[in-house]
Design a protein around this ligand. Sequence first.
Ligand code: FMN
Length: 320
Amino acid sequence: MRILILLGSPNPAGCTAELCKPLRKELNTAGVEFDYIALARKSVEPCLGCSTCQNAEGAYGCPQQDDMQDIAEKIIAADCVVLACPIYTWYCPTAMKSVLDRTYGLSKNYGTAKNSLWAGKKIALLMTHGYDHDYACTPFETGIECLCKHAGLEYLGSYSVRDVHGKSDMKTPEAVEGVKAFTKMILRSIGWEEPSLPEIAEDVFPEAVTSALPKTSETTAEETDLPDLPDEVYYSVLELLSYAQATGFKLDGESTVPAVKHVCRLADHGDNDARFLAARYYITNSDDDRDLQRAVTWLELAVQAGHKGALNYYRSLQSE
Ligand SMILES: Cc1cc2nc3c(=O)[nH]c(=O)nc-3n(C[C@H](O)[C@H](O)[C@H](O)COP(=O)(O)O)c2cc1C
């Protein structure tokens, strides 16, 4: 599985680049390999329309020796190409247009060569624009859909954010969550499967999670697989360990007891996130009366302080 992101903005640190950040982050988290190419830093000449490429069987065949040679190789190696660009004059900026024109050599429709080098690949669009979405993006999106149809590519769809105030518009929770959902859609389309919670836990805190889980008949010292426990057990452990890390605790990968103590200390000092997480950890995993009493006190204090997570959790306990 491989993804190629082509950033078509002349600004390698502009709005579109900002919108690519959650995309890159999600791909990293998913462990999927990708290339990110800012076309502003590359030299891709316009297509000459010479059609030499159309007679090159099994090869890209463009006689122009510039950065498009490497980009063409990366397109061929990718399962999905994300075209990330601002809308310029109802289409894409010049550098992206040059790349699109120069993909001519990947489709072999007009000469002696017959076999496409990229048919079947997936294409997705990530756009920024000044006008509202439909007015701004429809011409470019239509053009890309036509290209996909013509070249036998699969168009996956688009996500876009309107630029009214500049880069801050790309950082809103709505924009970031939108890009994340867009990335998941792309990942699923290329056969990526979202890991289960135990798999995430195992990845992030390999041994710590196992040692922090409540001991059941299924968990033995020798066992290497994580036991089949309800999701809420994994959430309670995983989020507590994440919080310990986020607040400066260094997990040693073996015992979680010091990490739990660290979060409890924060809870005792009035940290409402810690109160909520420690309370949920004990309520989910412990049947010791002292632990449970501390947990209920922390939870009530966090609820009184207006902590939303604690409040939701408190309500869910009451409705059980
Ligand atoms: C030359 C130029 C042309 C533009 N044309 C359009 C357009 O046709 N429609 C639109 O909605 N926005 C247009 N915009 C606004 C950009 O799409 C928008 O500001 C975008 O977020 C810039 O992204 P960037 O910071 O990555 O370059 C244009 C901007 C420039 C500089």
